[in-house]
Design a protein around this ligand. Structure first.
Ligand code: TMP
Length: 213
């Protein structure tokens, strides 16, 4: 595959969509074709699953929840992300496997390795070239979201849940320092965008010097 797969991770309100939009503009100005995606909900089927996962009232068993995210992911990767990468595009995706390991693993206290393995099966082991983690204290995250009138099922969870999610993310990043770029989400939008651009420029330079297989 010749494209680049970049994912953005972090708690709610950490600024992923702002950074994704800025990076997309910069990439396009530099001649790249960008495909924006997100999980859950990157495809039509995914939008229906997103509605079920996030807005269905009532209890959903944690394993059922993990499988619904994995189903969305399987379809998104097979029908949208892999074809884009095969064309040589840059895929910028809001959330991926690391969200499942952090939210369903650390947050819902399922075995993180099992959660990851389900997603590996779902995606035939596709890993991002770069994962940008916008790290944010869960109290700041809640403060940033406080004016929302509607919360989804995950956002409604208690602060301890979000503290576990944050710790889960940091553990993942520590285990794979090559893949992760960890940033402080409280830095200014411009500072974050500049650091991200620098890292992506390096990746693009590396990709263009790689020999075709
Ligand atoms: P968002 O698209 O607005 O960020 O909302 C998605 C929510 O779903 C967010 O609270 C994180 C959560 N989530 C998981 O719990 N597991 C996952 O695998 C993914 C992709 C998202």
């Amino acid at each position: 595959m010749t494209g680049l797969f970049i994912t953005l991770e972090g708690g709610d309100g950490s600024g992923k969509s702002t950074q994704s939009a800025l990076l997309a503009t910069w990439l396009e100005e530099n001649g790249q074709t960008v495909v924006l995606s997100r999980e859950p909900g990157g495809t039509e089927l995914g939008l229906e699953l997103r509605d079920i996962i996030l807005h269905r009232r009532g209890y959903i068993d944690p394993r059922a929840e993990a499988l619904l995210y994995a189903a969305d992911r399987a379809h998104n990767i097979a029908t949208k992300v892999r074809p884009a990468l095969e064309r040589g595009d840059v895929v910028l995706q809001d959330r991926y496997i690391d969200s499942s390991v952090a939210y369903q693993g650390a947050g819902r206290v399922l075995d993180p390795t099992e959660v990851r393995d389900v997603s590996f099966w779902a995606t035939e082991g596709l890993l991002p070239d770069l994962t940008i983690l916008l790290d944010l204290d869960e109290r700041v995250s809640q403060e940033r979201l406080k004016d929302r009138t509607k919360y989804d099922r995950l956002e409604e969870e208690k602060q301890e849940f979000h503290a576990r999610v944050r710790a889960g993310y940091l553990e993942l990043a520590a285990a794979e320092p090559e893949r992760f770029l960890v940033l402080q989400a409280t830095d200014s939008v411009e500072t974050l965008a500049a650091v991200i651009r620098e890292r992506v420029a390096e990746l693009l330079a590396g990709a263009s010097t790689e020999q075709p297989q």
